[in-house]
Structures are given as structure tokens and as C-alpha cells.
Design a protein around this ligand. Structure first.
Ligand SMILES: CC(=O)SCCNC(=O)CCNC(=O)[C@H](O)C(C)(C)COP(=O)(O)OP(=O)(O)OC[C@H]1O[C@@H](n2cnc3c(N)ncnc32)[C@H](O)[C@@H]1OP(=O)(O)O
Ligand SMILES: CC(C)C(=O)C(=O)O
Length: 558
């Protein structure tokens, strides 16, 4: 008989710790970061990285600002062992960077690990053994005492070997693997025993790395475990408390953040959350999250696209388009109300001297990670008037008046509803030009060839030449201004009974400052209100041509 999933699992035990203080803390400083991409990330890949990939990754991690990098599990494979040798013998490790390597608590593996590090100026030797009940019982067939002894014997052996190689500055890192479902007091007991064996000091520091090897609980439970551990430990002098979250429940980032609130000083993880199963905690997200708290992360992802490219190539895994910060859609809005708010946000930001980022729906300025605003708004049938208006504004310097935005939005909607697809910028621009006759080469357009004007007795007179499909007309009209004179001329020549119901003009963006754009909407009993748009170096000509363009439903019959 199948067991119901709801009764098949037992929640992991939570810790009773009412003295917790972390919930009222804030993130105020970045942790020490350690990338485990070349070990924990690498061990989870179908095709582990070769030297070329490991080297490219290593160099990029350094460019990003990592100072501690777990580079290998040297006893795992010749490739890993040789990579450690390559970095040391080739002098590839900058003076401010410390390499870290991992080993199980087994004599032969420890010896091979230390052998790999000969000649290193500084190194962190990372030893682990699982401490949780199910691992003691099922994997190791050990009681608590034997589990503790396995850790102690491994550390003792490492210490002896380190003492034989005094030219290297050694740090011990011990991980009670499966810490998050180990009895808290037993985890403390093992770590105290490790400390006693290593005897941490200024010259010989120690890291206690507390993992959620498999996430089994909500992040607040882990935060309690960290604060309980740190407040119960004998003395943490010369000891750094590190955390190593995984992401089985999808809460790796929250787990790390709450652990920092609880006192953790160092975080291990991988770029974009690569790692066993659902991955290690994503260091890019964690770091970028700090910016939105007003904290510098001490890591540099100012060219995130390059980081994504490199990581995708080395891991042979894609970064999801919706990945926080790094995904290709991370800053993109398709939906109308989001686009409207973003557009208003940018306009407001431009008009203030404040440097504080306050753009709705965009938690981070895409420029801070080397992206542009081009991808911020994309248009499909879920978009509203602001979407297409933004594209024309950003790419063609046009600030459409509200009524024109509404009119054009209907045309865009009609198009996207029909195709069912996104409408790229080029298509939006083409539709705009066709709809409002902004197309000087278009044979279907009535063109103002030239015009002359003069004023007398408070009246403007206009004489204009128009051409449409091989025909040419001379027009004369008068009015209080040039536009009304043109209306008069059109009325006299073609019998068009029209009024101007909306008119706007502005100069075009920076590169084309000498040009002006005009937007005209006409009303008439003869046709539904329509818009015309024109661009010209002569702003008067632009407005006259825009008026003629707005008449396009009428001049088809001319
Ligand atoms: C949570 C983590 O990510 S921990 C890191 C895990 N990373 C890796 O495993 C990647 C590299 N590993 C390897 O290449 C191999 O597993 C090796 C070289 C380390 C060991 O290989 P093998 O000797 O073939 O052993 P195997 O991989 O089957 O490991 C299981 C054995 O190690 C023991 N073991 C597991 N962890 C530890 C540990 N931390 N300390 C001591 N013994 C351990 C197990 O009890 C088991 O022993 P048994 O064979 O007596 O039952
Ligand atoms: C820290 C080590 C042992 C680890 O990779 C884990 O527990 O996930």
C-alpha cells in the first residue's frame, strides 16, 4: 500500500531557543565570502571542469573580489590534485587570496590533500564528517563517541602534517556535515573537541563551517541553531563561524541571510546557486541583496553578463532567465501597469537631484551590474500605452503626448493580439511611422514641398505647395497663426472641415538637437479624430507637415 506523502515525512526537530536576538537585527555588513564553485559546484556537474575551465573560473572569481576560494577536493581525482599543484607552482594565487581544499577524515586522503598543498603560502584545510543521527546510524554505523573521534583523529592528523610544513600559514576548517539536523548539543560537543585538538591561535586560526547539507527546515530554525551554537560555544577567539547553506527547499538565500543576522561571519556558496541537487546558496543573489540594504557586498558583479557567460560555459548549465539580478529577464517588464510605473519612476528620478534609487518594480539599477535600460520594457499584448511610448522615447527620443500614447497603444494591441507574439522595437517603430505618416519616402504621403508666409494686420497668410502621388497643388490661406492659416488653405482647396484638437512639439534627443518633432490631432465630422507626426529641422515645417499627416484619412480621396 502507498503511504500518503503527508504522513510519510517527519518534520526535523526544532530548537527551543526563546533567548534568540536575531529577528530584530539588520544586515549591516557583508560576510566573508568563500566560493566553493570549484569544489562543491564542480562535484555536482555531469562533466567536472578540466584545468582550462577551472583556471578561467578561478581567475574570474578573483576579478569578482573573492579572497577565499575552495579550489578542489585534491584526493578525489588526479585532475583536482594537479590543479592545486598548477595554481601553486604557476604562482597563480594572489597574495591576498587564500585557497581552500577539502578532505574526508581518512588518513590516506588527508595525506594526499596536504601533499597537494606543498609550497602554498596560505591554505585552509577543510575536513568534514557527518554528525546527524541518520548518518551515524545508516552511513557510518557509529555511535556518538565514534563520530566525535573520527573528527578528532582527522584533525590531529592534519595538525601533525601542518606542523611538518611550517612554511605555509595553515587554517583549519571543520564542518560537522549535516549540522542542521544534528542534535545541537552534540554538534557543539564535536566542535569543542575539534577546537581542543587544533588549539586555534592567531597564527593558526580555525573556521567552524556549519552547513545545511540538506535543507530540512525553515530558515528561522537554522538562524536559531546558529545563534544557539555561537552563544553556547566556550570561546570563539581565533574562530570564524561560517555557514554553508544548500537550497533543497528553495530557501538557501534566506537561510544565509538569517544566519548572518544570527551572527555568522562567513558564507560559503556558488555563483548562481550551482551545487549538489538544487544547489548551494547563490552568492550573486546574496551579494546583490546587500546593495538594496545599503551595504556594499565587497564583491564586484559590475559585468554580470560576462559572469553569466563564463559560469554557463564552465558548468555547462544555463542561468535561468528569471534568475534574480542575473537572468536575462530579471529587469524586464512586459505588463502594462508595471511599465507605466517604471516609466513614471524614471521620469521622477530625472527630475530630482536625489541619488537614491526609487524606481517602482526595479529593486536594483540595472546599470550597477553592467546592464542597460533597453531591456527594461518589452512590448506584447499584456502591455499598455506606456510600453510602446517608452520604446519610442528611449530609442527615438519621442515623448508622445498622452492622447497619442492611447491611440498608438490600441494599434499595438491590435497587432500583438493578432500575432500573439512580442513586438520588437523595429516593428513598433515601423507601425508608428506607418500609422502617423512619419515617413518622408512614403509615396502614400502628402508632402509639404515648400511654404511661404507673411503677416499683416494680425493675420498670417500662407502659400504652400503640396504633392501627393504625382499631383501638385498650390494652396493659399490665412489665420491667426500659421497652423490656422494652413487649416484655412486646406478647407479652401480640398473642402476639409477640420479643427486641431491636440498639438505638441519638442526638440529631439541629444544627437539630433537641431530637429523638432510635432504631434497634431485633428477633429472633423468627415473622419474619426486622427494623429499626424512629423520631424524636421524647421520646427514650423514639422508642425505643418504633422497637420497634413493627421489628415491622411481625408487625402486618400484628394
Ligand atoms: C556534503 C559534501 O558535499 S561532502 C563532499 C563530497 N564530495 C565528494 O565526495 C567528491 C569527491 N569524492 C570522491 O572522489 C570519493 O568519494 C573519495 C575519493 C573521497 C572517496 O572514495 P571511496 O574511497 O571510493 O569512498 P566512497 O566515495 O564510496 O565514500 C564512502 C566511504 O567514505 C566514508 N566517508 C564518507 N564521508 C567520510 C568522512 N567525512 N570521513 C571519513 N569517512 C567518510 C563512508 O563511510 C564510506 O566508507 P565505507 O566505504 O567504509 O562504507
Ligand atoms: C560543508 C560540507 C561538508 C558540505 O559540502 C555540506 O555539508 O554540504
Amino acid at each position: 500500500m502507498l503511504t500518503q506523502p503527508s504522513i510519510k515525512y517527519h518534520p526535523a526537530q526544532i530548537i527551543d531557543f526563546p533567548a534568540r536576538t536575531w529577528p530584530s537585527k539588520q544586515l549591516k555588513a557583508p560576510p566573508r565570502w568563500c566560493s566553493t564553485d570549484l569544489r562543491d559546484g564542480n562535484q555536482a556537474l555531469a562533466n567536472p571542469m578540466d584545468h582550462a575551465k577551472k583556471m578561467a573560473f578561478f581567475k574570474h572569481l578573483i576579478e569578482c573580489g573573492f579572497k577565499e576560494i575552495e579550489i578542489a577536493f585534491p584526493a578525489a581525482s588526479q585532475t583536482d590534485f594537479d590543479f592545486v599543484r598548477l595554481l601553486i607552482e604557476g604562482d597563480y594565487i594572489p597574495g591576498d587570496v587564500t585557497i581552500q581544499v577539502m578532505t574526508q577524515s581518512r588518513v590516506d586522503l588527508i595525506e594526499r590533500t596536504i601533499q597537494s598543498l606543498v609550497g602554498a603560502k596560505k591554505a585552509i584545510v577543510h575536513i568534514y564528517n557527518a554528525t546527524a543521527p541518520v548518518f551515524r546510524e545508516v552511513v557510518f554505523c557509529q555511535d556518538k563517541a565514534a563520530t566525535l573521534e573520527l573528527a578528532v583523529q582527522g584533525v590531529k592528523h592534519i595538525r601533525q602534517l601542518c606542523e611538518q610544513n611550517p612554511d605555509t600559514q595553515w587554517t583549519l576548517q571543520y564542518s560537522p556535515e549535516t549540522f542542521c539536523f544534528t542534535e545541537p548539543d552534540f554538534a557543539l560537543e564535536v566542535c569543542e573537541a575539534v577546537k581542543k585538538t587544533w588549539q586555534p591561535s592567531q597564527e593558526r586560526p580555525m573556521i567552524l563551517n556549519l552547513p545545511t547539507t540538506v535543507e530540512v527546515n525553515t530558515p528561522n530554525v537554522f538562524a536559531d541553531q546558529i545563534e544557539y551554537f555561537m552563544t553556547s560555544f566556550s570561546s570563539l577567539e581565533h574562530i570564524t563561524i561560517s555557514v554553508h547553506p544548500h537550497n533543497d527547499r528553495g530557501t538557501g538565500v534566506a537561510t544565509a541571510e538569517m544566519a548572518i543576522l544570527a551572527g555568522a561571519q562567513r558564507v560559503e556558496g556558488c555563483l548562481f546557486g550551482n551545487g549538489e541537487r538544487t544547489g548551494n546558496v547563490d552568492l550573486v543573489t546574496l551579494a546583490m541583496n546587500l546593495y538594496s540594504q545599503g551595504v556594499h557586498p565587497n564583491l564586484n558583479f559590475s559585468d554580470i553578463r560576462r559572469t553569466v557567460e563564463l559560469v554557463e560555459e564552465c558548468n555547462e548549465l544555463p542561468v535561468h532567465p528569471r534568475h534574480p539580478y542575473a537572468g536575462s529577464l530579471a529587469f524586464t517588464a512586459f505588463s502594462g501597469s508595471h511599465q507605466d510605473a517604471i516609466k513614471k519612476g524614471f521620469a521622477a528620478q530625472k527630475s530630482t537631484s536625489s541619488t537614491v534609487w526609487q524606481i517602482p518594480y526595479l529593486p536594483l539599477d540595472p546599470k550597477d551590474i553592467g546592464c542597460t535600460y533597453e531591456e527594461v520594457i518589452r512590448v506584447n499584448s499584456q502591455s499598455g500605452k506606456s510600453g510602446a511610448a517608452w520604446l519610442l522615447q528611449e530609442n527615438h527620443g519621442l515623448f508622445l503626448p498622452r492622447k497619442l500614447q492611447i491611440d498608438f497603444s490600441k494599434k499595438v494591441k491590435n497587432h500583438t493580439d493578432q500575432t500573439g507574439h512580442e513586438m520588437p522595437l523595429a516593428d513598433v517603430w515601423r507601425l508608428f511611422r506607418e500609422s502617423y505618416r512619419l515617413n518622408p519616402d512614403d509615396k502614400g504621403q502628402m508632402t509639404l514641398m515648400d511654404y511661404r508666409s507673411h503677416s499683416s494686420n494680425g493675420l498670417q497668410e500662407i502659400r504652400a505647395t503640396l504633392r501627393y502621388q504625382e499631383k501638385t497643388w498650390q494652396l493659399v490661406g490665412e489665420g491667426k497663426g500659421l497652423l490656422s492659416a494652413m487649416l484655412d488653405a486646406l478647407r479652401k482647396r480640398f473642402n476639409w472641415q477640420i479643427n486641431i484638437s491636440d498639438f505638441h512639439e519638442h526638440t529631439l534627443g541629444q544627437q539630433t538637437k537641431s530637429k523638432a518633432v510635432s504631434y497634431v490631432q485633428i477633429e472633423s465630422d468627415q473622419v474619426t479624430p486622427s494623429f499626424g507626426v512629423a520631424i524636421d529641422e524647421d520646427s514650423t515645417k514639422a508642425s505643418l507637415q504633422a497637420l497634413i499627416n493627421a489628415c491622411h484619412p481625408l487625402y486618400k480621396e484628394a
